[in-house]
Design a protein around this ligand. Structure first.
Ligand code: V55
Ligand code: FE
Length: 500
């Protein structure tokens, strides 16, 4: 690829913007560190690999500024084997990454806005593969909701290419938050904006444990909007449709991909999981307009469906402006259980705030996904334990990981220490048959004053006891989004399947 001479001089410096400076600054270094330093003792039960995704901008932004959701997918992997912990970081080689590598500058413009790209990349896949990772049938994928999964080698993190389920995925999009049913191993997922442009059609995907996409169904939301996460119970699929709307004319005009429009209602779709379920979809109206940020779990009790998620009264205004009120200020998310009596035909549900603590980046014991949740973990801050940190691009960084035990109605906290910010926690059970919550919580912790990162291992039911082990990275890795734990047994199982 050649650089067109009529282009403005490519920026060689990242601009003076929060997302390009301090602890949030691009890292851009791919590396391997064998045998991380360890404080404490890695639990012997912990044998496997932690993978997580981050958005680490490869080049200064084409338009001179950007939002943090638009960085290039960079995977962080920590493999723990025989008491050794090794770190590997690699960019996902998306078509975007390759084109920009060839041009040695940003070719793609604003978040999900193809009208802001260099004409030389017109029509190309714009996916950044930067949000989460998914494990299915011994295979690893990087996910971003605006594009298809990208398959990665789980040992080398080499990019193996875009995945379309042997041609069965016709949509150009696939959520970054698929749900795995622990009873069956089935993955339920969806895509929105399936043609790549704003549309209210949402498509459901049902994927067998062997990776076969077995069926697809469609339904229509009341308006086209960001559909970032959803919920799955034994018999139902639920979506909270929030008015973070996309208007394609605004996108064409170079405006942000999404805008918050609080005059539209927040709606809940409840869809039976059984084949043809979208034919009996039910819609509920939230009495409070707001946005679901991320979900914990969904489960049934008789004819009642419980949906547990973080919800905030405003949209994500720091990323996407309010169309009606530019002065509107973002509110913090709180955790709620919304309970629907499906035996009644009324358009109503009960809402209970689960705990008084602000939070985000929810985590559960995934062996209990679709079943009654007892243990809830999340990122949070607790000014009683330590001061708030300076604002980052995503808002105030967490200073703590919280744990709420619903049965005991008790909150417990891990305070990460001065100038330290934990990120999304990931739960690992101590053994396959350990009780709910009996396991470890892994969390990346940013040591902001040292410009360095750790992976901290906590006892999930005793956060305030502090780290069981701290795996010390010799350098900083970029702030990230979502991670998973893949036990090495799963790797062995996958290897056996592949050998058959
Ligand atoms: C989110 C993250 C995204 C995105 C849309 O966490 C929503 C919410 C990292 O990318 O594109
Ligand atoms: Fe997310």
């Amino acid at each position: 690829m050649t650089i067109a001479p009529d282009m403005p001089a490519p920026g060689r410096r990242f601009p003076e913007q929060l997302i390009y400076n301090g602890y949030s600054a691009p890292v851009r270094i791919e590396g391997d560190v064998l045998d991380l330093e360890v404080d404490g003792t890695i639990p012997p039960e912990l044998e496997g690999t932690y993978y997580r995704n981050s958005a680490d901008p490869r080049y200064p932004p084409r338009l001179g500024k950007d939002i943090f959701l638009n960085g290039d997918g960079m995977i962080h992997m920590v493999r723990i084997e025989n008491g050794h912990a090794d770190l590997k970081t690699r960019y996902v080689r998306t078509p975007k990454w390759k084109a920009e590598r060839a041009a040695r500058r940003a070719m793609f413009g604003a978040y999900r806005n193809p009208f802001t790209d260099d004409p030389q990349v017109e029509g190309m896949d714009r996916g950044t593969a930067n949000t989460s990772v998914w494990w299915n049938n011994g295979k690893l994928y990087a996910l971003k909701e605006d594009s298809r999964p990208t398959r990665l080698d789980p040992d080398t993190l080499e990019t193996l290419g875009s995945h379309d389920f042997d041609g069965r995925l016709t949509s150009k999009t696939f959520t970054a938050h698929p749900k795995i049913d622990p009873r069956t191993g089935e993955t339920v997922a969806y895509g929105y904006n399936v043609d790549g442009v704003a549309s209210p059609v949402i498509e459901l995907y049902f994927i067998d444990p062997d990776g076969t996409l077995t069926r697809t169904e469609q339904f229509e939301a009341p308006y086209p909007s960001m559909v970032h996460d959803f919920m799955l119970s034994e018999n139902y699929i639920a979506f909270t449709i929030c008015p973070m709307v996309c208007d394609w004319d605004r996108v064409k005009a170079g405006e942000p991909f999404f805008h918050w429009n609080g005059t539209l209602p927040t709606k809940v779709a409840v869809i039976p999981r059984a084949p043809g379920g979208t034919g009996s979809i039910r819609w509920f109206t939230s009495p409070v307009t707001g946005m679901e940020t991320h979900t914990f779990n969904a489960w049934e009790e008789g004819s009642t469906l419980h949906l547990e998620h973080f919800f905030t009264g405003t949209g994500w205004l720091s990323q996407f402006p309010d169309v009606n009120d530019p002065a509107n200020r973002e509110q913090p998310p709180f955790a709620y259980r919304w309970s629907f009596d499906l035996a009644s035909n009324e358009d109503r549900f009960e809402s209970v705030k689960l705990f008084p603590q602000v939070g985000e980046m929810p985590m559960i014991d995934h062996r209990y996904a679709t079943k009654k949740t007892r243990h809830f973990w999340f990122g949070t801050s607790n000014p009683a334990l330590g001061p708030m940190l300076p604002l980052g691009p995503k808002g105030p960084p967490f200073t703590c990981i919280g744990h709420w035990d619903a049965q005991a109605d008790k909150l417990d906290f891990f305070y990460a220490g001065p100038d330290s910010a934990p990120e999304e926690p990931v739960f690992v059970p101590k053994s396959a048959d350990a009780g709910q919550g009996d396991g470890w919580l892994l969390t990346i912790v940013g040591r902001r004053a040292e410009n360095r990162t750790d992976l901290v291992i906590l006892d999930a039911l005793n956060l305030s006891a502090g780290p069981v082990a701290t795996l010390r990275f010799p350098a900083r890795v970029h702030e990230g989004f979502h991670g998973i734990w893949v036990p090495s047994a799963a790797g062995e199982e996958a290897a056996l399947l592949a050998a058959e």
